[in-house]
Design a protein around this ligand. Structure first.
Ligand code: PLP
Length: 443
């Protein structure tokens, strides 16, 4: 394996354009070659054991190396490797998965639409809410409101819905009909308020935007319950209930993007359940199959589902692999395991609280670390210039990348989102493994 490393690096450098990477810089350095994984651990081609504190890209909720999922995939490939769900056909796996998802979702989510990724779930949602409004006689309701630093994917729709300006700069985004409001980041934007006051104020930025655009033109507000790639921004408890109240008042659909928060990450099945709110739709992917195969799903609440079913006619949208039998079979085995092995409950009651306590103990006492935070198994801290003033460093992101690289050299993967350092390990992480992970971080 070791002797192949240089050969793989050379092939990769010669032919592979990496996502979210500066190819020139990467090629000069050479990519680390990951060859194997088990539980929370990865191994590279040089034999190093790495702790994956990010569950891949926030997705391997069930942990690596589950032979039962591999078996399910093999069996399903032999039985029915593929057939589509477009033209009056279905398959047993998609039907059974849909029932299971309705069971684990909060009441009132009886319908799902399948995609292959989070970005496709977001694009599907954009088209679906516009089609819904047009089907119920309000075609002028088209505008979607997202948030700065929200992340909703890389497709043209997803990147537009997201509020990452560095993505907007490439490809002339956002597309028309998508606007943004400030993120509910208390540490930066709420200095003169209590968290509760700030939650209400931040929600009212959405109302200001609704009034600016005109409520009769706004289709939906879209937000991650906890912003993930935006830096694990956990809004105060008052935020989401106020967002819900505002959306109801102006007859605007409330959409939660659960691509990261969904399937147990926060200790609840879905992140919005933390806040006691009920979105009209929510988008998922990642933890649905724990990354074992690509699949996403848009959960559609009763109001929108009935509107579409009764009045929508053909929804001219779908993917060759929507409801793919192998992906559905694996997702089904994954969600069943998350439920029947008590993994989501353990995050809520045991490993989540333990991680929070250890996270604070490990990072709470440094001069340039502040806003140490987390819920369930998603946590973060922010590198700051001056704690007293809550002042951030000038070159936003530079310190974060340096810090991330130090962890990487220690064979620990955590991620920098600007100067926020974030972690989201597989949900199967044990207490001793949490100790090991944070021990490596503190070395
Ligand atoms: N939505 C959220 C909240 C995400 O975090 C992501 C990916 O990180 C996406 C959408 C896009 O998902 P994908 O990369 O599967 O297209």
């Amino acid at each position: 394996m070791k002797q192949n490393t240089e050969a793989w690096r050379a092939l990769d450098a010669a032919h592979h354009l990496h996502p979210f990477s500066d190819t020139k810089g990467l090629n000069a350095q050479g990519a680390r070659v990951i060859t194997r994984a088990e539980g929370i651990y990865l191994w590279d081609s040089e034999g190093n054991q790495i702790i994956d504190g990010m569950a891949g890209l926030w997705c391997v909720n069930i942990g690596y190396g589950r032979k039962d999922l591999a078996e399910v995939a093999k069996r399903q490939m032999e039985e029915l490797a593929y057939y589509n769900t477009f033209f009056k056909t279905t398959n047993p796996q998609v039907a059974e998965l849909s029932k299971l998802l309705a069971e684990v979702a909060p009441d009132g989510f009886e319908h799902v639409f399948y995609t292959n990724s989070g970005s496709e779930s977001v694009d599907t949602m954009i088209r679906m809410v516009r089609h819904y409004w047009s089907s119920v006689g309000k075609p002028e309701k088209k505008v979607l409101i997202g948030r700065w630093n929200g992340y909703h994917g890389s497709t043209i729709g997803g990147a537009s819905m997201g509020g990452m300006t560095y993505m907007h700069e490439q490809g002339d985004l956002p597309i028309p009909g998508i606007v943004h409001v400030e993120q509910p980041w208390y540490y930066k934007h709420g200095k003169d308020m209590t968290p509760e006051e700030f939650g209400l104020a931040a929600a009212r930025w959405i109302e200001d935007k609704i009034l600016e655009v005109g409520a009769d033109k706004v289709a939906a507000f879209v937000g991650e319950p906890i912003q993930g790639a935006g830096g694990v921004i956990i809004p105060p408890a008052t935020y989401w209930p106020e967002v819900e109240r505002i959306c109801r008042k102006h007859d605007i659909l409330m959409v939660c993007d659960e691509v990261i928060c969904g399937f147990g990450r926060t200790g609840q099945w879905f992140g919005h359940e933390l806040y006691g709110v009920k979105p009209d739709l929510f988008t998922t992917a990642k933890g649905l199959s724990s990354g074992y195969l690509p699949i996403g799903a848009v959960f559609v609440g009763e109001r929108v589902a009935q509107g579409l079913i009764e009045h929508g006619g053909d929804f001219n949208h779908g993917f060759t692999y929507s409801g793919h039998p192998v992906c559905c079979a694996v997702a089904r085995a994954n969600v069943t395991a998350l439920r029947d092995e008590g993994i989501v409950a353990r995050v809520r009651e045991e490993t989540g609280p333990y991680m929070q306590a250890k996270w604070r103990e490990t990072f709470g006492q440094f001069e340039h670390i502040d806003d140490v935070r987390g819920v369930g198994l998603i946590q973060a801290f922010t590198l700051v210039k001056d704690k007293q003033k809550r002042a951030l460093f000038d070159n936003w992101g530079t310190m974060g990348l340096a810090c991330r690289d130090i962890f990487f050299r220690e064979n620990l993967i955590m991620r920098a989102c600007g100067d926020h350092i974030v972690a989201a390990p597989p949900l199967v992480i044990s207490k001793p493994e949490i100790d090991e992970m944070l021990g490596r971080a503190a070395r």
